[in-house]
Unconditional design. Structure first.
Length: 204
């Protein structure tokens, strides 16, 4: 992840939560975090917390340390999965499912299936995960090299649902070893790394 520290003070007003801000201060394709200090003055219009916005709240401080992070190239299903790994609850799985249905439908390519597997696992949908594995197996039998890598991903997520941490980590590490063959950007594929870290840090 790229880390950029701004030297000059900057007022945080909520508009920094945008790709435009990152394109200006941390251009590139990798994940980035921008650090700065300054006043915080966020009115209701720019609040991203819906509960705070509905309550008419605001954010203000004469001086704060700010850290704003952007995961680049991450779509809604993957972004929601990453938040799940960080322990966030009440995530927008319904919206993620709608997004996946609109963009991925019933799969159709390995990277799409990779995302559908995340969605199924996060919802505890074993039947959906089995469907992903079956479609990937059919693609693998046709000689698609990336499908075999993605099958390690689905096997790992199935093991997570079964509570088999050892099998999950074994398959995740096999997937990680050849993740570049899955397609997508490096930033997108780091979700495999984050999932490994999540399992390694979990208490069992």
């Amino acid at each position: 992840m790229r880390v950029v520290q701004l030297e000059a003070p900057l007022v945080y007003d909520g508009t920094q939560l945008s790709t435009t801000f990152f394109d200006r201060h941390a251009p590139g394709e990798t994940d980035a975090v921008v650090l700065f200090t300054g006043e915080a003055d966020v009115d209701v219009e720019h609040l991203v917390d819906l509960e705070d916005a509905e309550a008419g709240a605001f954010i203000w401080s004469p001086r704060m340390a700010h850290a704003v992070l952007e995961h680049r190239g991450v779509d809604l299903p993957e972004g929601t999965w990453r938040l799940h790994l960080l322990g966030q609850s009440e995530l927008p799985w319904d919206q993620a499912a709608t997004y996946a249905q609109r963009h991925f439908g019933k799969g159709g390519n390995v990277f799409a299936e990779f995302h559908l597997a995340m969605l199924a696992a996060a919802q505890g949908n074993q039947a959906g995960l089995n469907g992903v594995s079956q479609r990937l197996q059919e693609v693998a039998e046709k000689g698609h090299p990336a499908a075999a890598i993605a099958l390690h991903w689905t096997a790992a997520l199935a093991a997570v649902l079964d509570g088999d941490r050892r099998a999950a980590l074994e398959n995740l590490r096999r997937c990680h070893a050849e993740a570049a063959r899955l397609g997508g950007s490096h930033a997108q594929r780091t979700v495999v790394d984050r999932t490994i870290e999540w399992l390694e840090s979990a208490r069992h």
